[in-house]
Write a new protein. Structure first.
Length: 690
């Protein structure tokens, strides 16, 4: 059996036939950067959303998870990394943990990095994402990945940053490359100019709260706007960082004069001999500001008027719950703990902004206010301008440069019944401590003001003035249909060749699992996740049993699962993909997939397709029927791989849907033929040894 993974822009699909000719449109900035780092493309091949590419990123970062990646790397039979200049190891997540077990892990990572000649940054140097920016590994118009979800941060400096899983990281270490599918790209237009007192954190919290119906789920985002040059780089980094929480795979800002000036100033600090931030690279940026083509396609455009924004707060316990500061201030909500930590808002400008609020005041007696700089360099800078001492004098509790309470590690976690306000990126229930606590997200200024006043409060309230009222926010969403190209003279038939050993057609009956957000525990029960000796037969037996105990009785080998939206959300367990393969299920089709499940699918050679209109058609078909968790439909799907066409027929052989899907290039087919990414890496290592 062969399995592949194919996902494509929901918005480029329509009921009925979609032309097989290549769409004659320009490239957006995401596509252009991916083009630069794609390898093995056919001559003159321009890549677009939906296409699969093998990528050789400029850099790959891993942090405390470096040791599990190293063990996976060694398990592939690799002994020497492909390119030690490509790899960066940082220690940042559990830096407060002085246990023998953690110190041994840290020692193993440092030793491995030394043996391999990998750039290594020890605990205390700072958060990996901040280091990647400070040290020029993430750089404008480049592609840099990390084994961490907040690699989106790099988009703030015009670097395409996107997360990978551990198998991908091990693949890059061994071969220099992994795979990526170009996602649909959303344009987010930031109109107008921010009012005084409104920050980058307010922008992204407002976006998460106002556009909270998965508008950008699994999209790449490009921020544009006539006034965007007035946004400081630190604001851009914060906004890009939290595109992760918004559901996006990346968040990319333009390469403009504001960014180039940032690097000019950075070079003045570093001196002329830095290995990555150099006059030559800055001059190249200035001369060739990579940007989207005028006719580039975007799946949708979201617009927000910055001039209408006021301070925004997310929560409790969800970034999708947006509140204006004036709303929460009026509720007189007592605060127990405040946090100015993490890769989101612990840079110099953030610390200075908080210091300006608390100067001349004290943290309220019942509040604990924790601070940690994003890096040791940031802390030194804050000390040099007096901001750090101002915060300490106000009663702040100092933590080491690193992640800490943001991820629920170390000192200062929320206790049951407590309320916390934080300048971090996530406020999921239980993430920062007890599940019985409430967590809110806000800007450094609002966090500092709340710590002083003792309740969620505005900076004005620190000085005894009332919290300002909130104006209505101007927003809009426009969805774009991708124009079909009717000009056959383009010569590009839109399909892809098929390698020997790869099936030209995938076909089977659709079995409907009619639910959204089927999570990985529903697909593969958690009680088996950490049992390493579960046989294939048992994996097949328990597949989907937490979703529907009758699933095994209603399905057979060769079926195709069709499900709702966000299939595979939840944990990173690879068994959610491999248990489906164990049942000899050829393919999973859904409205959309959880991103980690998507990567685990192709890394384990499981075929998946996103076809949102197909699940909607089936739901319409069964709208008046008795609900069933698992239902055989009598509809049959056929995927013509060379032509990149999916056809669905009903039980009478009538075509109910025919649509174009993303191309499966030779590079992805090679991975599938080898049984997944690990098999492909082993085959590549064998080639090098011959």
């Amino acid at each position: 059996m062969f399995s592949v993974y194919s996902r494509f822009s929901q918005l480029s699909q329509r009921r009925g036939f979609s032309t097989s000719h290549r769409l004659l449109v320009g490239q957006n900035l995401t596509e252009k950067i991916a083009q630069k780092y794609a390898v093995g493309l056919p001559p003159n091949k321009l890549i677009h959303s939906g296409d699969y590419v093998s990528i050789k990123p400029a850099h790959v970062m891993s942090h405390d998870n470096t040791w599990p990646v190293a063990l996976k790397f060694k398990g592939l039979g690799a002994k020497k990394v492909k390119d030690n200049r490509q790899i960066v190891n940082t220690l940042d997540h559990d830096v407060q943990n002085k246990s023998e077990k953690n110190l041994t892990k840290y020692s193993n990572i440092e030793k491995f990095a030394g043996e391999q000649g990998i750039d290594f940054y020890p605990a205390g140097r700072g958060i990996g994402h901040q280091i990647m920016i400070e040290e020029g590994y993430a750089f404008p118009s480049s592609l840099t990945v990390a084994s961490d979800s907040h690699s989106n941060t790099y988009g703030g400096i015009g670097c395409l940053g996107t997360p990978i899983v551990r198998t991908d990281a091990a693949s890059i270490w061994a071969t220099g490359q992994t795979w990526w599918q170009i996602p649909p790209v959303a344009k987010v237009e930031l109109k107008g100019e921010l009012p005084k007192g409104v920050t980058g954190k307010d922008v992204i919290v407002a976006l998460c709260g106002l556009f909270n119906n998965d508008e950008v789920l699994n999209h790449a985002i490009e921020f544009v706007g006539d006034e965007i040059s007035k946004l400081p780089i630190d604001y851009r980094l914060t906004i890009a960082n939290m595109t992760t929480e918004w559901g996006a795979l990346s968040g990319l800002f333009p390469i403009d004069d504001t960014l180039i000036n940032f690097y000019t100033n950075r070079l003045m600090r570093l001196g002329p001999n830095h290995p990555r931030i150099t006059n030559e690279r800055i001059d190249e940026l200035r001369a060739n500001k990579l940007k989207a083509d005028d006719d580039a396609f975007y799946a949708k455009t979201l617009t927000i008027d910055l001039s209408t924004l006021s301070p925004y707060i997310a929560g409790p316990n969800s970034v999708k719950i947006g509140n204006t500061l004036s709303q929460l201030s009026a509720d007189n909500m007592k605060v127990d703990k405040a946090y100015l930590v993490s890769c989101t808002n612990s840079r110099l400008s953030d610390l200075k902004a908080a210091a300006d609020i608390v100067k001349g005041h004290k943290v309220a007696d019942h509040v604990k206010f924790y601070i940690a700089a994003a890096s040791s360099e940031v802390q030194k800078d804050a000390e040099a301008i007096g901001a750090w001492q101002t915060l300490v004098d106000a009663g702040c509790i100092v933590l080491p440069a690193g992640c800490g309470p943001c991820i629920g590690l170390g000192t200062g976690l929320l206790e049951p019944g407590e309320i916390g306000i934080s300048a971090t990126n996530r406020n999921f229930k239980g993430r920062m401590g007890s599940r019985d606590a409430k967590a809110f997200l806000a800007s450094p200024e609002v966090v500092a003001a709340s710590a002083v006043v003792g309740k969620i409060a505005s900076p004005e309230e620190v000085e005894g003035r009332p919290c300002p009222p909130t104006p209505p926010v101007g927003t809009s969403v426009t969805v774009h249909e991708k124009p079909a190209d009717a000009s056959a003279e383009s010569g590009d038939e839109g399909g892809s060749g098929v390698l020997p050993g790869f099936p030209e057609e995938i076909e089977g009956e659709l079995v409907l699992c009619d639910a959204d957000n089927i999570n990985t525990d529903g697909i593969y029960p958690g009680k088996y996740t950490y049992q390493d000796d579960v046989p294939r037969e048992k994996m097949a037996e328990v597949c989907m049993e937490n979703y529907d105990p009758e699933f095994g009785k209603k399905t057979k080998a060769g079926d195709i699962i069709i499900s709702g939206f966000n299939f595979g959300t939840g944990s990173s367990r690879e068994q959610a993909a491999t248990c489906i393969l164990a049942r000899d299920i050829k393919l999973v089709v859904s409205g959309s997939f959880g991103n980690i499940f998507s990567r685990n699918a192709i890394n384990n050679a499981l075929l998946t397709l996103e076809i949102p209109q197909l699940i909607n058609m089936l739901r319409e078909k069964y709208a008046s029927s008795e609900p069933e968790l698992t239902r055989r439909t009598g509809w049959f799907l056929k995927w013509n791989v060379p032509k990149s066409i999916v056809t669905v027929k009903d039980g009478d052989g009538n075509i109910v849907l025919e649509t174009k899907v993303g191309e499966l290039g030779a590079n992805l087919q090679e991975i599938i033929i080898q049984g997944g990414l690990e098999g492909w890496v082993r085959s590549e290592l064998k080639k090098e040894q011959q």
